[in-house]
Every structure is written in C-alpha cells, then in structure tokens.
Design a protein around this ligand. Structure first.
Ligand code: PEP
Ligand code: MN
Length: 340
C-alpha cells in the first residue's frame, strides 16, 4: 500500500501517518518528491485500515498496489508519464527517435552522424563513451573524450544526448555531459547502479536485461523510482532465445504489456534486438505500430568500418529512408514523429 501525502502536508501530518503504519507492525519507506511525499508501507498490509489512513490530515490518496512494483505501476499513477528533456518530450503524442553510432569512435564520425540524425528527424543522439563489451580486448570506448564529443555534437545540432553509464563511480562525470543516462541490458540488475541513478538529476533510459522478465524489468525501474527519480523510460532491446539468425528476439508484446502495467514510456531498440541492419526498419515500424513511445537505433556513416555493432548499424541513406517510413506508420496510428 502506498500513501500519497500532498504538497501542503506538514511534518506532523507525516509523523502521524508513519506512526499509524508502524503501530500496525509495518515498516515505512519515505520518498520525498517535489509534488508529493510517498509513504510506502512494507509488510503485511492486511493489518492496515485504509479508511482510517485516508482521513488523516495531509493524506491525498491511499493506493493499494497489487504488483511488487509500486511507484512505477499504472495503479499508482493512471496518466502516462511524460518526460521533458529540456524541450524534448518522451512519452507524449509524438514518437521520439534517438539515433547514432554504437560507440563514439572519433569526433569527425560523430559530428557527421549527428547531422544525419538531425536531418532524419531524430531528437536525441546516442553513442557510447563507456562500452560494456563482451570481450575485455574489444574497444572499450573513449571515456571522457567521447562524452565531450557527444556534448559538442549536441550543442551544434540541438540534439539531446543519451549515453551509457557503467558504474556508480562514473555517474557524476557522465551526468555532467549527458541529458539522458542509459542503463545497459547487462546492468539492468546492478542494484547499486540503479540506486545511484535514482538519486541523479537526469532522466534514465533503462534497457531490459538480456534474459529478464517484464516483472524483473519493472522491479529494476522501481529501484530507480524508489530513490526519487521518476523520469524513467523503459527500453525493450530484445531478449535471448534459441534463435540463431538474429542476435536477440524482439519481444514486441512487451511494449503494450509494459504500458498496461506501468505509466512509464516505452522505447524500442530494433538494432540490438535483431543484430541485422536489414531488420531494423521493419522492426522499428512494427514497434511504432505496437504503440512504442520512442525508438533508439544505431546509425554509422560507414558501418563496415565500425568498431562495434557494424552489422546492425544503418547507413545514412538507409536511416533517412527508414525515418520516412516510420513517420508514415506513426501518422497512421495517430502519433507522428518530429518533422514527419
Ligand atoms: C548499446 O546501446 O550500445 C548497448 C550496449 O545496448 P544493450 O545494453 O541493450 O546491449
Ligand atoms: Mn551497440
């Protein structure tokens, strides 16, 4: 059960509510937001009297949440979350397109790619500076130099930047340069990292783990939300199955399912989901048709020379064509993309 205290509630109101919950033998988890203070009741909620709590001073709502994820659940918040990234909205009517290379390889290629992303109607530039590579001998990213290049490209084009943060120790640095913090699939259950980004002042793009259920994914989002950061977008990027011809299997049903269970926006990554550039546009279109709030796609000026994920990266002209087709689908389902 969750008790929502209004903005005008006082310290004494909060103490009274906490006392009532604790005297019923439950623990409380308090999360202070700008609009509300949330008192999460942890334990056997059958000992709580909802009607009695509801009438206490300062209490706005008492919500019984059946799922193990609470703050991110649709029961907790009926309306869709819309995330404002400095003028770019994720979760509104428009589908937000994020695109760029897998990794920032050098300044020239990134500036070139950023122009293409902008031309196609993308609003967010992606690119890894800290890369989670399967092999320790593969390119690990440019680190801070990569972050600086991303920022420069963003300033030149007006695009926002999404980039991965691998460890809590890198968080301050990454948050300094990035507009959106990406939690990679491999880190979806890195709870100390989730808690750290939950305390950061940046929206988070939370990728679904390689073999994670929708519930585990939402529980990961709950970790972030429980620390106070509610600006979370979920990202379906394919899960591992027995299929050998694709890198992963895109679970498109996760889009409407997550949207039913949660108020958070859902973004789809057709690049990592398939591992093959030819499948990217068809899956991007299918994702938009299924109701995705955003797309994140890999684009490289010369995929054959890419230091990572070349086979799944779109060439500039393929990206521009894909964007036209995506815009048509978005229009058909009453959404639209920027410039489309
Ligand atoms: C990426 O976006 O470059 C990436 C590594 O993705 P994922 O964490 O989904 O594998
Ligand atoms: Mn990649």
């Amino acid at each position: 059960m969750i008790i929502v205290m209004g903005r005008s509630s006082s310290e004494e109101d909060l103490e009274r509510v906490v006392g009532a919950v604790e005297s019923a033998g439950l623990d409380v988890h308090i999360s202070e937001g700008v609009q509300h203070t949330i008192v999460g009741c942890v334990g056997d909620v059958s000992h709580l009297n909802r009607e009695e709590l509801q009438v206490l001073s300062g209490v706005q709502r008492v919500v019984r949440v059946m799922h193990p994820f609470k703050l991110v659940s649709r029961e907790f918040q009926e309306d869709d979350t819309e995330i404002d990234v400095d003028g770019v909205t994720i979760g509104g009517r428009q589908v937000t397109v994020m695109a760029g290379p897998c990794a920032v390889e050098d300044r020239q290629m990134l500036l070139e790619t950023a122009e293409i992303v902008k031309e196609g109607g993308g609003e967010v530039l992606r690119g890894g500076a800290f890369k989670p590579r399967t092999s320790p001998y593969s390119f690990q990213g440019l680190g801070e130099e990569g972050l600086k290049i991303l920022r420069e490209a963003a300033e030149r084009t007006g695009l926002k930047v999404v980039t991965e943060v691998l460890t809590p120790g890198d968080l301050e640095l990454v948050a300094y340069y990035a507009d959106i913090l990406q939690i990679g699939a491999r880190n979806m259950q890195n709870y100390s990292l989730l808690r750290a980004v939950g305390r950061a002042d940046r929206p988070v793009l939370l990728k679904r783990g390689l073999m994670s259920s929708v519930e585990e994914w939402l529980m990961a989002a709950e970790y972030i939300a429980s620390e106070g950061n509610r600006d979370i977008m979920l990202c379906e990027r394919g899960i591992r199955t027995f299929s050998k011809y694709t890198r992963n299997t895109l679970d498109l049903s996760a889009v409407p399912l997550a949207q039913e269970l949660s108020h958070l926006p859902v973004v789809v990554d057709p690049s990592h989901a398939t591992g093959r550039w030819k499948l990217v546009a068809p899956m991007a279109k299918a994702a938009v048709a299924a109701g995705a709030d955003g797309l994140i796609m890999e684009v490289h000026p010369r995929p054959a020379e890419a230091k990572s994920d070349g086979p799944q990266s779109l060439k500039p002209e393929t990206f521009l064509n894909a964007m036209d087709e995506i815009a048509e689908i978005a229009d058909t389902v009453g959404r639209g993309v920027k410039g489309g």
